[in-house]
Design a protein around this ligand. Structure first.
Ligand SMILES: Nc1ncnc2c1ncn2[C@@H]1O[C@H](COP(=O)(O)OP(=O)(O)OP(=O)(O)O)[C@@H](O)[C@H]1O
Length: 610
């Protein structure tokens, strides 16, 4: 693929041996986030502060026998001591009782603002970032409007309109804070939306909802937590500020009202200002520290909760009848044309009039130079073209039903979704970029089997271990528990081959499956693919620029140049007697200055007996 930016890890030549030492670290104990949090000094301090305040709020009636609203004008502004642990305020009310009961309202106000902001900002950011389109445009416009409103003026206006209700103020404040969550989420989602491992998850049959909750949400989790800590602190500041300005509900004991009262009497009884100010400072500091410590502890966290889900893909689209007499082909691409709109108008055609078919138990190679349209053809079949791609002509049918019917200008995802992962597997070019670094290989292998095949977690694990063994991984158990960075490039590619066959597909599309690998490992991976193909009798499309791979693996070959097919035929025929000058040029450039022509032809001759 032309747009790959990652740098895959390359084996040192002996994949199993190279992977063995690193694989051992797959058993390193991964501590829970709470344990990590407790180990970090800031996390511990934050937890102690916030747990103390939460306990104070919960146990308020047990911590004081005084009524926080009971005024005693004979005992105003008393210093700490006697019946009043922290003294009294200007109305003779017990400061300790007001502090304790005030913690309830203060925490609840922060929670309301944060929940409202998250409830609006997170889902809208996810949808806008993942799908884009009209929703993205409308949501952007709305957030811009919200962000342009001065929060404090809006809150003052609301207070004037509906009276001194801390709850309404906090709901409105939550709405005003939601653009922060929206933008954060949208940006994070956009950054991963086109990652290869998200494509790979799509290909393995996972629904959009599952991909978002599994792969995308995990990316926004840490920023959301930090943002929530800031929002909670900010909400307490704003709620207290409104109270301090005298705009709060005077009948309700809050820390802001207490600060206001203490401030008015700062010269008569300065210490009465201390307690509520200290409480507000401690809680805001606690939230900020907690956010930072949680972010650190979550960075490496593996999600352990796995839920069984209904089969991916949702509703199947109604099948459209294919041309009579072509139903027997496993895959048939007819006159496919793919184009992209250009910034200055017009369209750039990247695949032009491509027609071919693949039958069961057949390996078809697509060869051509970089940019000749091989990957675009493969992605059209998989339904993974970028949103701006247009199918300007043609049709694609799989097993007797159209995935792209004549006249349609895009892939209907509801037709492809039930096929991907289950009936059409995909082996990508960049093994490392197609594995999500946040999850173990085992989790990534078994999830599609649970989702697509409906296996239990136990059965999926069993099958994943068998599959890992079947693709030549020497210690399946260790690899199952390893993270992608703990295995070599060759091992990762075998893992992806195991993933591609895990749900017993009829067709596998392998996009340059060995390009990122060391030469020795290339041969091993091809051996694995050939053995699997012969055993499972599946159809395979191999996208490659390497005639060696074609000679080694394929029955038929399609040669592409500038988006068009220039020559097709049996491998032996094309290698022995290429007709088109471009094919001859490709063959000779590959063999220039080398002597393996005879090996290649001999191999292809042998291979053609298949
Ligand atoms: N999103 C896109 N927008 C516009 N043009 C694109 C886009 N993606 C690919 N192309 C163009 O389509 C053409 C074919 O690309 P494709 O990736 O299919 O080539 P390829 O033969 O697979 O090459 P490689 O072996 O380098 O991956 C290229 O000219 C490429 O620039």
């Amino acid at each position: 693929m032309t747009d790959s930016t990652s740098s895959p890890r390359v084996d040192g030549g002996t994949a199993p041996a190279a992977a063995a030492p690193s694989g051992q670290s797959g058993h390193v104990l991964r501590s829970s986030p709470l344990r990590r949090l407790l180990k970090s000094p800031t996390g511990l301090i934050a937890l102690v502060i916030l747990a103390g305040v939460v306990l104070m709020a919960l146990l308020a009636p047990l911590l004081t026998s005084q009524d926080p609203n009971h005024a005693d004008l004979t005992a105003v502004l008393l210093p700490p001591g006697g019946d009043h642990l922290l003294g009294t305020d200007s109305a003779g009310r017990d400061i300790w009782a007001r502090l304790v009961f005030g913690s309830r309202l203060t925490l609840a106000a922060a929670a309301v603002a944060a929940v409202v902001a998250i409830a609006i900002g997170l889902p809208s950011g996810l949808v806008a970032g993942y799908y884009g389109g009209i929703f993205d445009g409308v949501a952007n416009w709305s957030t811009n409007v919200l962000m342009s409103l001065p929060a404090i003026i809006v809150l003052l206006a609301v207070r004037a309109a509906v009276g001194p209700s801390v709850w309404i103020s906090m709901v409105i404040f939550g709405v005003l804070l939601s653009p922060g969550y929206y933008r954060l989420t949208r940006t994070a989602v956009q950054s991963v939306r086109n990652e290869l491992y998200v494509d790979a998850a799509r290909v393995s049959g996972l629904s959009d909802g599952r991909i978002i909750s599994r792969h995308v949400l995990s990316v926004v989790r840490a920023p959301i937590i930090i943002q929530t800590a800031i929002v909670a602190g900010l909400s307490i500041t704003v709620a207290s500020s409104l109270d301090f300005l005298g705009l709060g509900d005077p009948t309700v004991p809050t820390w802001g009202v207490m600060v206001s009262d203490g401030f008015k009497n700062i010269y008569r009884q300065p210490i009465s200002l201390l307690w509520s100010s200290l409480a507000i400072t401690l809680v805001i500091g606690g939230f900020v520290l907690l956010g930072n410590a949680l972010r650190d502890s979550l960075e490496d966290l593996e999600k352990t909760k796995e839920k069984r889900a209904k089969p991916a893909g949702g509703r199947r689209a109604r099948p459209v009848a294919v041309e009579v007499g072509t139903e027997h082909h496993l895959l048939k691409v007819t006159d496919l044309q793919v184009a992209y709109p250009q910034p200055r108008g017009g369209r750039k055609v990247v695949v032009d009039g491509v027609s071919f078919h693949v039958d069961r138990d057949e390996v078809v190679g697509i060869v051509g130079e970089s940019g000749s349209g091989k990957s675009q053809t493969a992605f059209s079949i998989l339904g993974l073209l970028p949103d701006n791609a247009i199918l300007t002509r043609g049709a694609i049918q799989f097993d007797g039903a159209y995935t792209v019917a004549p006249g349609e200008d895009h892939v209907t995802q509801s037709r492809l979704a039930p096929l991907r992962g289950k009936r059409i597997g995909y082996i990508p070019q960049e093994p490392m970029s197609n594995l999500d670094p946040a999850f173990t290989i085992g989790a990534q292998l078994s999830r599609p089997m649970v989702t697509v095949m409906g296996l239990s977690k136990k059965a999926a694990k069993q099958r994943a271990l068998q599959l890992l063994a079947s693709v030549g991984i020497p210690d399946p158990n260790r690899t199952y528990h390893a993270y992608p960075h703990e295995v070599s490039g060759g091992m990762a590619q075998r893992v992806l081959i195991a993933g591609a066959i895990s749900c017993e597909p009829d067709l596998i599309i392998a996009d340059e499956p060995t390009t990122a690998l060391d030469v020795t490992v290339q041969a091993e991976v091809l051996d694995v693919m050939r053995e699997l193909q012969q055993r499972l009798k599946i159809g395979i499309i191999i996208v490659t620029h390497n005639f060696g791979v074609v000679a080694d693996m394929c029955d038929r070959v399609l040669v592409m140049q500038d988006g068009s097919l220039v020559e097709t035929g049996a491998v032996r025929q094309i290698l022995h007697a290429p007709q088109h000058p471009y094919t001859r040029m490709l063959l000779s450039s590959m063999l220039e200055g080398k002597t393996p022509m005879t090996h290649l032809l001999a191999d292809s001759t042998a291979g053609s007996d298949r």
